[in-house]
Each structure stands twice: as structure tokens, then as C-alpha cells.
Design a protein around this ligand. Structure first.
Ligand code: S3P
Length: 445
């Protein structure tokens, strides 16, 4: 299984300790939303620190196709929005490549308009379930044409006037929550989303920053209830995107695993809906000092000093999964080097990511000599302190950037090199990965 371009195999080997300071690129979730909300708002939005990965650029192209003006000004991006309610019908299908977030959020945003919008993507995205977003859109009155199993390509046509809904999100998914809220932006009345398990809250926070009226409460069962007033005036603003904790996880785990390492990762987003992996690695004995906490435009950020550590296995509580859902592949790599067993549970959603990440992770571990057990919704890893005997395999990445980066991280500390079949997809979320890791002293070629 390869993408349209040429596969780019890569191999990681042990080298000396990792050292130095680095900044990872801007947070992917916030970057997508910055382009979407800036493209929708009236007036100008100026974005610094935007992740210029392929996923985010696809969202930018989609907003451009619906009437937003998106220009680069030195290191900043300047967006002139259409005004809420004023998106234009795109002339051609919107191609989201590998990007589930861009695709699903835009389905909510544009799908409720009385116009025809078609969504397409690469082989990975075309296999991923879209019913989770199409079901609530159908209830709002959107006409849906989709490939079998509610897969891409999907064509949406909104009603003359959309009907507000109350929607209980059936899976813990910020993408589903966000798609319904974004549909509510062009729907008269109050759209209500109930999420029994809290997921990343960037949509709520950022929409409020653009001028939308939202109320967030907790009901008697502890579920979060979000009420959005429809058809708000949204106004452009300045956004400085903090570093992505999901990208920071790779150099972070690398420094924990490679003996003698001592690095600082600067300006990392510390929103508590995103920091589960830091807490988990600290519980495993990882020396991660969180320093220089500060507020950056409404989000907490901090610098992370990370030193090589002897890790021990733990049980990761399933209710932590939403706050570290993208970090399990690299956490499983860390667990391979820990003393004892690490049990990760509540991993249902990993099956429907850019790849079936649960089996891709387990297969990658097994190919490199790790003793692990893949359950239906869990992963048990038996660690080998020091990585003795680990490595020597080639990992199938299945068009998944995080599988690629997780196993290159593994090769930096295992006794034998680790190869991956294709590093090209890393550009979707972390184009600077190879350069930044080599800058710390990593051996990846
Ligand atoms: C994201 C939500 C998560 C996450 C994805 C980004 C977002 O997906 O895995 O990388 O920006 O809303 P789900 O909503 O499917 O859990």
C-alpha cells in the first residue's frame, strides 16, 4: 500500500546521546481550525506558527475554494474570511489527502449550506468511517451521497434552512463534536452537543475567541453539554499557534530512551485535553521537567526538559485515552524499553485512525523483537530495558505518519537498526521531523 508518490524507505540507528533545544511545528488541531475559522470570519486573521504540513495545507486550499483569501506574509499567514454564512460553492471536489480532521470538520462547516460540496481523499482517508459525521448531518437535513459504508467520496447538499439538533456524541471524538458545532454556525437557533467523555476543546475555545456565543456546562451524569448560538458574527483575529504536543512526543520519547540524552522542547501546548502522554511517561519514571509555564493567547504553553530515564511498565487508565489518542504508537515504543509490562486499554478509536494503529503498532513491535499482545481494544507490551535484542525489522507504515515516526524513534535506542517502508507521510504533520531529530544527534537516513 503506497501513496500516489514514490515510497521513501528510512532507517534509524543508535548514535550518541541526544542534546540541544528545539521547537516542534505548530499544533495540527489548532492549525486546521485557524485556517477554517479565519477563512469563515469577517475581516483579517493573521496566523503565526502555523503547521505547514500537507494536512493543514489541504484545509487551506478547501477554504480558498470556498471564497477565503489565504496569503503568506513572511512567516505569517494572512487570511481574509468570507463572513459567517457566506461560503461559496466550490467548483471542484475538495481533496483532503490524508487529513481526517480537515475533511470531517469541513463536512460540518460546509455541508449545511444550500450548495453542493464533494469531499475526497487518499487511500487511507477513503477507508476511514465518515458515518460518524454524516449521521448528525442527516438529522440537520443535509442530503448525503457517499460510497459504500459511508466512505469517501462524499457529496453533501444542505437544506434551504438547517434545523438545530441536540446531539450526543456516540464515540469520544473531537472531530465529530466539532463537525456538529460547525454545522451549528450556519443553523438558526441553538445547537447542542453532549459529550460523555471530554475530548480536545480547541473548537469551543477558538470559536469563542472569534466571537461565537457558547455555553459549556456539566449535566448530572458528568457529561459536557455545549450549547452554541447559531449564525454568530465571527470576527478575524491574531493567532499564534503553540507547538504540537503530539509531535513533541517523538523527540521526547527519543530523549527518554537514548542513554545520556538531555534536551529541551520549547513552546509546547499544555492544554490538559492533550497532555496525557506526558503524565503517563512521568508515571513510568520519565524525567520530564515542565518549565516556563505561560499563557499564549488563551492556551497554556511550557518548555519540556527531558533526560534519559530508566522506565518502568504501568497500566494506563482507559479514561486517559482521549487526552493522548495520537500518542499510543510512540508510547508503545517507550514501553518496549521499560522494566516490566505496560497495559494500554480503551484503544477502540485507534482502529480507525490513518491506519488501524493498534495492529500497525503491534505488528511493528513484533517485527522488532518486542513481546506484545494485541487485544481487541488493548495492547500489552513486555519491555526489554536497554533495548537489548530489539530492532532489526522493517515496519509497514500503512500511509500513517505517526507509525513512521514512532518506529524511527525506536531505532534510535534499540540494539539493531529499525527500518520503515515509507517516511513520505511524515510530511502530513511534521515536515521538519528528520532535520530536527538529526539536529539533536539522531542517526536517521
Ligand atoms: C483531532 C481529533 C482526534 C485526533 C486527530 C485530531 C482534532 O481525532 O486523533 O489527530 O483536531 O479534532 P478523533 O476526533 O477522531 O478522535
Amino acid at each position: 500500500m503506497i501513496h500516489a508518490g514514490q515510497a521513501e524507505p528510512a532507517t534509524a540507528r543508535t548514535a550518541g546521546p541526544l542534546s540541544g533545544q528545539l521547537r516542534v511545528p505548530g499544533d495540527k488541531s489548532i492549525s486546521h481550525r485557524s485556517l477554517m475559522f479565519g477563512g469563515l470570519a469577517s475581516g483579517v486573521t493573521r496566523i503565526t506558527g502555523l503547521l505547514e504540513g500537507e494536512d493543514v495545507l489541504a484545509t487551506g486550499r478547501a477554504m480558498g475554494a470556498m471564497g477565503a483569501r489565504i496569503e503568506r506574509d513572511g512567516k505569517a499567514w494572512v487570511i481574509t474570511g468570507t463572513g459567517n454564512g457566506c461560503l461559496l460553492q466550490p467548483e471542484a471536489p475538495l481533496d483532503f489527502g490524508n487529513a481526517g480532521t480537515g475533511c470531517r470538520l469541513t463536512m460540518g462547516l460546509a455541508g449545511v449550506y444550500d450548495m453542493e460540496t464533494t469531499f475526497s481523499g487518499d487511500a487511507s482517508l477513503s477507508r476511514r468511517p465518515m458515518g460518524r459525521v454524516l449521521d448528525p448531518l442527516r438529522r440537520i437535513g443535509v442530503q448525503v451521497r457517499a460510497a459504500e459504508g459511508d466512505r469517501l467520496p462524499v457529496t453533501l447538499h444542505g437544506p434551504k434552512t438547517a434545523a438545530p439538533i441536540e446531539y450526543r456524541v456516540p464515540v469520544p471524538s473531537a472531530q465529530v463534536k466539532s463537525a456538529v458545532l460547525l454545522a451549528g454556525l450556519n443553523t438558526p437557533g441553538i445547537t447542542t452537543v453532549i459529550e460523555p467523555v471530554m475530548t480536545r476543546d480547541h473548537t469551543e475555545k477558538m470559536l469563542a475567541g472569534f466571537g461565537a456565543h457558547l455555553e459549556v456546562a456539566t449535566d448530572e451524569d458528568g457529561a459536557r453539554v455545549i450549547r452554541l448560538e447559531g449564525q454568530p458574527v465571527l470576527t478575524g483575529r491574531d493567532i499564534d499557534v503553540p507547538g504540537d504536543p503530539s509531535s513533541a512526543a517523538f523527540p521526547l520519547v527519543a530523549a527518554l530512551l537514548v542513554p545520556g540524552s538531555d534536551i529541551v522542547i520549547e513552546n509546547v501546548l499544555m492544554n490538559p485535553t492533550r497532555t496525557g502522554v506526558i503524565l503517563t511517561l512521568q508515571e513510568m519514571g520519565g524525567q520530564i521537567d515542565i518549565v516556563n509555564w505561560r499563557d499564549a493567547g488563551g492556551e497554556d504553553v511550557a518548555d519540556l526538559r527531558v533526560r534519559h530515564s530508566e522506565l518502568k511498565g504501568i497500566t494506563v487508565p482507559p479514561d486517559r485515552a482521549p487526552s493522548m489518542i495520537d500518542e499510543y504508537p510512540v508510547l508503545a515504543v517507550a514501553a518496549s524499553f521499560a522494566e516490566g509490562e505496560t497495559l494500554m486499554e480503551g484503544l477502540d478509536e485507534l482502529r480507525v485512525k490513518e491506519s488501524d494503529r493498534l495492529s500497525a503498532t503491534a505488528n511493528g513491535l513484533k517485527a522488532n523483537g518486542v513481546d506484545c499482545v494485541e487485544g481487541e481494544t488493548s495492547l500489552l507490551v513486555r519491555g526489554t530495558p536497554g533495548g537489548r535484542g530489539l530492532g532489526g525489522g522493517t515496519v509497514e507504515t500503512h500511509l500513517d505518519h505517526r507509525i513512521a515516526m514512532a518506529f524511527l524513534t525506536m531505532g534510535l535506542a534499540s540494539q539493531k537498526p529499525v527500518a520503515i517502508d515509507d517516511a513520505a507521510m511524515i510530511a502530513t504533520s511534521f515536515p521538519e521531523f528528520m532535520g530536527l531529530m538529526r539536529g539533536l544527534g539522531a542517526n536517521i537516513e
